[in-house]
Write a protein that binds this ligand. Structure first.
Ligand SMILES: *[C@@H]1O[C@H](CO)[C@@H](O)[C@H](O)[C@H]1NC(C)=O
Ligand SMILES: *[C@@H]1O[C@H](CO)[C@@H](O)[C@H](O)[C@H]1NC(C)=O
Ligand SMILES: *[C@@H]1O[C@H](CO)[C@@H](O)[C@H](O)[C@H]1NC(C)=O
Ligand SMILES: *[C@@H]1O[C@H](CO)[C@@H](O)[C@H](O)[C@H]1NC(C)=O
Ligand SMILES: *[C@@H]1O[C@H](CO)[C@@H](O)[C@H](O)[C@H]1NC(C)=O
Ligand SMILES: *[C@@H]1O[C@H](CO)[C@@H](O)[C@H](O)[C@H]1NC(C)=O
Ligand SMILES: *[C@@H]1O[C@H](CO)[C@@H](O)[C@H](O)[C@H]1NC(C)=O
Ligand SMILES: *[C@@H]1O[C@H](CO)[C@@H](O)[C@H](O)[C@H]1NC(C)=O
Ligand SMILES: *[C@@H]1O[C@H](CO)[C@@H](O)[C@H](O)[C@H]1NC(C)=O
Ligand SMILES: *[C@@H]1O[C@H](CO)[C@@H](O)[C@H](O)[C@H]1NC(C)=O
Ligand SMILES: *[C@@H]1O[C@H](CO)[C@@H](O)[C@H](O)[C@H]1NC(C)=O
Ligand SMILES: *[C@@H]1O[C@H](CO)[C@@H](O)[C@H](O)[C@H]1NC(C)=O
Length: 396
């Protein structure tokens, strides 16, 4: 017990002021107990006494005083059992009989640790360990993580925080949430799908591949699927397919329009269109002659004979002799109805006289010529008969 209180009480007793109380300790304070204590006190008390003296008919009464002792109860504040007085703060503090290491003695023999530390059997506060470590969480007990404020549990060791409209992925990154699935697009911000590259916006949640298809459908970015009856020429263009449209223009599936000068021919596409005489049309308006024929102009060929003078070549190497001629030994030879003596038959019924022979008077037979003088009715000059001319006298 405190000396001060005792001293103080003594002073009071001396002063005969019969009040005794402890200083400072708050009766409502922790670990403070109020104890009742009885003390003996003295007081002066007045009383009336009759004395042997008459005051009128009665005996006189006088007021007298006497001292008496009595018991009084007083409240003392003391530290309760298990607590001790702390002079510096004038308070009572709990006593832990076994030292509370790294913790606080909050009740008698009660050690409290600061969270997340816990008390072990040696009355020591130890910090729990978590392995693997807690992420965005505190290690509350060994291997027990508790999320920090504003964080939500992801798994037993990891916590995350995402704003509304976002969700967490396996790397603990926040990802926007799109309520409808983004088709050919990705969720870029909450409920907002952004097209993948090569795709273009279709509606709120879907994107479709982008390409400029000619005669086809766009099935993937820059990839077209040709319509039926069409074939691809490259990734984006399709052309109609014709069975055969050489020398023509395939304008629709199996619809071939021939180039000018060509005409359609089944399975052969377009063939040159011309009318050839004794030849084959090889190009528009141009013919190639059949074998044995020669070309006269672009569309006409004529049979060829190795030699066909005095005749007409009617077929390759077939010569039809003109009338008056006969085909002998590969040639057309003239026919002379009268055999040519001293000459050759040079044309039908025409003899060509050998040297030294001349035609007779009728111009038919070849005969030896007569001398000039034999028949001359004039004079001969160098073997030639010059007739007489009276108007042109001879200068003899
Ligand atoms: C002592 O305490 C009791 C209750 O604890 C109270 O009723 C009483 O009045 C107190 N006496 C004095 C003298 O303070
Ligand atoms: C408690 O103390 C005893 C003796 O010092 C020691 O052997 C034991 O390992 C301690 N326990 C812990 C959990 O530290
Ligand atoms: C916590 O872990 C430590 C070290 O692994 C160990 O010494 C201690 O006993 C564990 N405490 C509990 C309550 O499991
Ligand atoms: C918790 O999730 C994280 C991140 O995905 C992962 O690394 C970790 O291994 C997980 N822990 C457990 C206990 O599943
Ligand atoms: C969606 O995101 C794009 C690009 O981030 C933005 O331009 C557009 O305004 C957003 N749309 C809405 C409805 O939020
Ligand atoms: C967008 O297009 C997809 C696919 O065509 C369809 O399933 C979806 O209902 C459409 N969404 C809207 C909002 O029109
Ligand atoms: C998404 O793209 C694929 C091709 O990449 C396509 O087949 C599909 O039709 C597209 N979806 C929509 C809704 O356009
Ligand atoms: C595909 O072919 C078309 C027609 O020949 C042409 O116009 C277009 O440029 C070509 N595209 C590519 C990507 O080669
Ligand atoms: C198409 O016709 C041409 C002649 O016009 C021919 O050379 C070619 O072989 C034909 N092709 C086919 C696939 O029939
Ligand atoms: C016609 O064909 C012949 C031979 O095939 C050729 O020499 C000539 O140049 C062609 N003429 C034309 C106008 O195509
Ligand atoms: C080609 O020659 C034939 C016969 O001589 C003639 O009838 C035709 O008109 C000529 N054609 C041309 C294009 O000159
Ligand atoms: C005769 O001679 C003359 C003059 O020289 C001539 O003009 C005439 O034609 C000749 N007559 C005959 C029959 O030769």
């Amino acid at each position: 017990m405190c000396l001060r209180i005792v001293t103080f009480c003594l002073i009071i007793l001396i002063a005969v002021e019969l009040v005794c109380y402890t200083e400072g300790l708050d009766a409502n304070g922790k670990g403070v107990c109020v104890v009742k204590q009885s003390t003996q006190q003295r007081r002066r008390k007045s009383y009336s006494a009759m004395v042997n003296k008459m005051c009128g008919h009665r005996r006189c009464i006088v007021r007298k005083y006497k001292y008496e002792t009595y018991l009084t109860w007083m409240n003392h504040t003391v530290c309760c059992k298990g607590y001790q007085y702390v002079n510096d703060f004038d308070t009572c503090s709990p006593i832990c009989s076994i030292e509370c290491i790294h913790g606080t003695c909050i009740e008698p023999d009660t050690c409290q640790c600061n969270e997340p530390a816990y008390l072990n059997e040696n009355n020591t506060c130890v910090t729990p360990t978590c392995s693997p470590e807690c992420v965005n969480a505190n290690c509350l007990q060994n291997n027990t993580c508790t999320c920090k404020e504003n964080f939500n549990p992801y798994n037993s060791t990891h916590c995350f925080h995402c704003d509304t409209g976002y969700t967490v992925d396996e790397n603990l990154n926040c990802r926007p949430i799109c309520e409808s699935t983004c088709i050919n697009s990705s969720c870029a911000s909450p409920n907002n799908c952004t097209c993948d590259s090569g795709f273009e916006f279709k509606n709120g949640t879907a994107c479709e591949p982008k390409c400029d298809c000619v005669n086809g459908n766009c099935i993937a970015p820059n990839t077209c699927s040709c319509y039926e009856g069409y074939i691809p020429v490259n990734e984006t263009s399709c052309v109609p397919k014709c069975n055969n449209c050489s020398n023509g223009n395939c304008v629709a599936p199996n619809t071939c329009i021939c180039n000018p000068g060509f005409r359609i021919q089944d399975n052969l596409g377009c063939v040159p269109d011309c009318i050839c005489v004794n030849g084959e049309c090889v190009a528009p308006g141009n013919c190639s002659c059949y074998k044995g024929y020669v070309r006269i102009n672009e569309t006409t060929c004529t049979p060829k004979c190795d030699s066909c003078s005095n005749g007409e070549c009617v077929a390759p190497n077939i010569c039809s002799c003109y009338s008056g001629y006969v085909y002998v030994g590969g040639f057309c030879r003239p026919i002379c109805s009268v055999p040519c003596i001293n000459g050759v038959c040079s044309a039908p019924d025409e003899c060509l006289c050998n040297d030294g022979y001349v035609k007779d008077k009728n111009g038919v037979l070849c005969v030896k010529p007569k001398s000039c003088e034999e028949d001359c009715e004039g004079y001969c000059e160098a073997g030639i008969c010059v007739p007489w001319n009276c108007t042109d006298p001879i200068n003899l």
